[in-house]
Design a binder for this molecule. Sequence first.
Ligand SMILES: Nc1ncnc2c1ncn2[C@@H]1O[C@H](COP(=O)(O)OP(=O)(O)O)[C@@H](O)[C@H]1O
Ligand SMILES: [Mg+2]
Length: 330
Amino acid sequence: MRRPKTGLGRGLHRARAGRAAVHGQVSGPEPAAEAPLFEFDPAAEGSGLPDAPDPLAPAEESPWGPPPVIEVRSLIKTYGHGDAAVHALSGEEDPVTGAPAGIDLVVEQGDFVAVMGSSGSGKSTLMNILGCLDVPTVGRYLLDGIDVGGLDEHQLSLVRNRKIGFVFQSFNLVPRVPARAQVELPLAYAGVKTAERRRRAEAALTLVGLADRMDHRPNQLSGGQQQRVAVARALVTAPAMLLADEPTGNLDSHSTEEVLAIVDRLNASGRTVVLITHEDEVARHAKRVLRLVDGRVVSDVRQAPVDGPPPAIAATVPAQRQALTGGAGS
Ligand SMILES: Nc1ncnc2c1ncn2[C@@H]1O[C@H](COP(=O)(O)OP(=O)(O)O)[C@@H](O)[C@H]1O
Ligand SMILES: [Mg+2]
């Protein structure tokens, strides 16, 4: 085993031993990114999380540091069979056998990765697998040290709730529900008590600049504000990773900048971000840019170090320093 001490085996053991006490949505046979991620179940309110050992706790620190947030090995996704098979993700061909070798991808904690590629290149397929909304045909996926291939549907829904904050192009807010309650939903689903989830939802909405819009419903908010509610909902559970599919695809340039500035700040404070986009302007914000063509990763370019600020924030630092030193330079 490559990383013998990540607690992976133990994690799986716990996963099997864990009690099923939280009601959650179980995805159907063809999970889609647009499906509702959380179902509000009033009966689950205040039920609390199981007090058995947490099957989804992060793997313990190994001598090599924390596990990557994403570790994908030899990943292949094929839709259909035989002549009708579509190889949505296949990786490079083995030079000897010609067989697809699959995609390898490691994303470290704190990275900010943009996944680019033209329509049909496999971006959404990759997003659905990374988001545990779909499973690979071949290969392994370790999310925050957990081998998600070993989890059942219920455990996968827990992983989605606890490990991933989703942001979609179309916001996916619940109609007629005020912003505060939207952001409380994933906490309600996780069994967090009323007062605590209200406190956390308000903190998250304040973080995205919507402290004065807590009681507004989606139809009372601009597109940019709706997406900021969605970002607050994504981050309120303190997930291991923010996973965003074209989050600015429906926004004007001003709202795009507002939302990206929030994502920049979240990443600067340590949150791992994986963002799908076809816009160069958006990809410029990432520390690393992957390009997909026909289910293969054709380039993987680092724009900024994992352990530093993302490019847009790094660019503002010299300006601030100059302002502080009165432009004298130092
Ligand atoms: N459910 C599906 N059934 C069959 N083929 C699919 C399905 N989903 C995606 N594909 C095919 O897989 C390839 C990659 O699709 P997708 O991941 O949606 O690309 P992108 O998001 O980059 O536009 C495309 O050829 C697409 O037609
Ligand atoms: Mg797509």
